[in-house]
Design a protein around this ligand. Structure first.
Ligand code: PLP
Length: 376
């Protein structure tokens, strides 16, 4: 049996601080990139909605579980994403599943080798339902071109990939992947990208990697995302045309058969999105901090995402557990990540948010400098 390694268990979260085992630290964990998860305006709005609506919607949206807040959240998301509409689902993990269920036809599904489990699960579900099959995995656009062209048949090819891979610090070369998939000559080639980490952070106004590449539904590029990272709430979403969202509402088993997120969560998400729209300096700030951290890590000979992103997965050039202890002694808490793609000993996973300050980056780098080993 494989050993279960416990994660960090918080007793309280107060602003940027986290309380664990009776001690308070500055949190460098989670994906609250814009520092909105504990913004007092978000919390107060959610508390008011909790009083008004109670906790559970107690039914699916197609019966009596929908509140005006669910719809208002979707409208705010569409405004942020620059799309005509959006559909929210109870968890981000299921957003890709809701999307692929709405796509027409049979596909040969081509999963990125480092794809998040949510994407694999979405494709598996379709294949299990007799809607297509799996092709080879790919990582680089050239490989995608090759695996998409491998089988000569009339099925469409569908590719699935994360926009940003936190465990390896890599951003998907989206224009190249899109061109590679299109080059196979199949009649349809949807490219589903999971913008869980990139939404709110990357691209113009934080609209994500597809927006940065100028690619969207007309190019068969479909974006899904989560409300639990930059938006600081909970749940998942698909943003797109009115037609696509209508298809999801009609066809996704999850939309029809599951209780939606509590209205208070939809209110928290909408409030956070409105703050993110009104305060673009949050995104600018976390990106500037990420840039400084990346430059500092490289100067120390440690790994850093390229282009920069506020997540740092450190497994080489230091001992992750020793470095975690040293950070803890300095008042910072960062978890050890054991996600797929991370070496067996785990990686020290540091994340920054707009609530961090320059002095945090300076201190983190100072501590990490003292943790370097000659090991690589
Ligand atoms: C790429 C990716 N997709 C999906 C998810 C799942 O989102 P949620 O945690 O909101 O269910 C995550 C969360 O860690 C993720 O990193």
């Amino acid at each position: 049996m494989s050993e279960r390694v416990p994660g960090l268990r918080a007793d309280a979260r107060i602003g940027l601080e986290i309380e664990v085992e009776g001690a308070r630290y500055r949190a460098c964990c989670g994906s609250d990139y814009l520092g909105l998860a504990r913004d007092p305006r978000v919390i107060e709005a959610a508390q008011r909605a909790l009083t008004r609506y109670g906790l559970s919607p107690s039914a699916s949206r197609v019966t009596s579980g929908e509140t005006r807040e669910h719809r208002a959240c979707e409208e705010a998301l569409a405004r942020f994403a620059g799309t005509a509409d959006a559909v929210i689902v109870p968890i981000g993990f299921l957003a890709a599943q809701a999307l692929v269920e709405a796509l027409e036809g049979q596909h040969l599904w081509l999963l990125h080798r480092r794809a998040h489990a949510a994407l694999e699960q979405a494709a598996r579900q379709l294949v299990g339902a007799g809607r297509g099959s799996f092709g080879e995995r790919w990582e680089h656009p050239d490989e995608l071109r090759a695996v998409a062209a491998e089988l000569v048949d009339s099925r469409g090819r569908g590719a699935l990939a994360d926009a940003f891979f936190p465990a390896s610090g890599i951003t998907l070369p989206l224009p190249e992947a899109h061109a590679a998939l299109g080059a196979c000559g199949a009649p349809q080639h949807p490219l589903v990208i999971d913008e869980a980490h990139s939404f709110g952070v990357l691209g113009p106004g934080g609209r994500g990697l597809a927006a940065a590449a100028g690619l969207g539904e007309r190019d068969q590029v479909y974006a899904v995302g989560t409300l639990s990272k930059a938006v600081g709430a909970h749940g998942g979403f698909v943003s797109g045309s009115r037609e696509l969202c209508a298809e999801i509402r009609a066809r996704a088993a999850l939309y029809v058969g599951a209780t939606p997120m509590p209205a208070a969560v939809a209110v928290a998400a909408r409030t956070a999105i409105e703050i993110a729209l009104a305060e673009p300096e949050r995104r600018e700030r976390v990106l500037a901090l990420a840039e400084r951290m990346c430059a500092g890590l490289r100067a120390l000979g440690l790994e850093a995402p390229q282009p920069s992103f506020p997540v740092f997965s450190l497994s080489r050039g230091l001992d992750p557990q020793d470095a975690q202890r040293a950070l803890r002694n300095a008042g910072y808490l960062a978890p050890i990540s054991r996600y797929p793609g991370v070496p067996p000993g785990g990686a020290l996973a540091i994340t920054l948010s707009a609530a961090h300050e320059e002095r945090d980056v300076a201190r983190l780098l100072e501590v990490l400098e003292g943790c370097r080993t000659l090991r690589s």
